[in-house]
Ligand binder design. Structure first.
Ligand SMILES: Nc1ncnc2c1ncn2[C@@H]1O[C@H](COP(=O)(O)OP(=O)(O)OP(=O)(O)O)[C@@H](O)[C@H]1O
Ligand SMILES: [Mg+2]
Length: 250
């Protein structure tokens, strides 16, 4: 159940029918070694997130937020500690299993959009479906549907350089949605957007949350965090506070 947007809808998922958190970090540490220097980016983070939660992560620059998101998204692995995703021990997964989880179960949105500049909007959006082996016709149809959903039906053939920042971020959101992932991870998705585009993107996230998706969103902005149900504050690689969003928006 933990993976499914609709409970019980995906019996092929890890932990089908099982209850419990979708994300479960226990005493996670992450050390980066660059030359002789070592940076301890995460210093014992324990965190659980239940299916369907909308969690904002806040904290100063360099506190470890992106590192945390990379681990949550299986883009990187903890140096120590354990991470269970929908009940499965990520540390025990093979590379192929990890790639499958990233492609099919998780949607990523980054501050810098991370679009391929030479590809049109719909070609960018279809990429996760290519990796997932979806047939060509279906890929195009689903990519265009996802772009319609973010209000870009009239921009499907534009390349990123021919779109505004807000439109590029909406393409990135469409790309994150096209696989219909149960988990959406967003790192400063509104950091480069004006207030109008920010409202658009946050509106989309709110819709996805209502539909039952789990969302973890990193932000520096209090009014963005206030849209979530819960705010986790990271300080120096540790969870400093974990509170309902209402308590933050005072
Ligand atoms: N690939 C890396 N190699 C070495 N050190 C890194 C690497 N990535 C991050 N760090 C270091 O780990 C610490 C945490 O970085 P992280 O990117 O997680 O911070 P952040 O909270 O996302 O900051 P920001 O708000 O500026 O994006 C920082 O001190 C950073 O310099
Ligand atoms: Mg960051």
């Amino acid at each position: 159940m933990s993976w499914a947007v609709v409970p019980g809808a995906d019996e092929s998922a890890p932990n089908p029918g099982g209850a419990g958190p979708i994300l479960d970090l226990a005493d996670v540490r992450k050390v980066y070694a660059t030359g002789a220097a070592q940076v301890e980016a995460l210093r014992g983070v324990s965190l659980t997130v239940d299916p369907g939660e909308y969690v904002a992560v806040m904290g100063p620059s360099g506190s470890g937020k992106s590192t945390l998101m990379h681990i949550l998204g299986c883009l990187d692995i903890p140096s120590e500690g354990s991470y269970r995703l929908a009940g499965e021990d990520v540390g025990a997964m093979t590379e192929a299993q990890l790639a499958d989880v990233r492609n099919r179960r998780i949607g990523f949105v980054f501050q810098q959009f991370n679009l391929l500049p030479s590809l049109s909007a719909w070609r960018n959006v279809e990429l996760p479906l290519c990796y997932a082996g979806v047939p060509r016709q279906e890929r195009r149809a689903r990519a265009i549907q996802a772009l319609e959903r973010v209000g870009l039906a009239d921009r499907v053939d534009h390349r990123p350089g021919e779109l505004s920042g807000g439109q590029q971020q909406r393409v990135a959101v469409a790309r994150a949605l096209v696989t219909d992932p149960a988990l959406l991870l967003a790192d400063e998705p509104t950091g480069n957007l004006d207030s109008h585009s920010t409202a658009d993107v946050l509106g989309l996230f709110a819709e996805l949350h209502v539909q039952g998706r789990t969302i973890v969103l990193i932000t520096h902005e209090h009014d963005v965090a206030a849209r979530a149900g819960r705010v986790v504050h990271i300080l120096d690689g540790q969870v400093a506070e974990d509170e309902p969003a209402a308590a933050v928006s005072r």
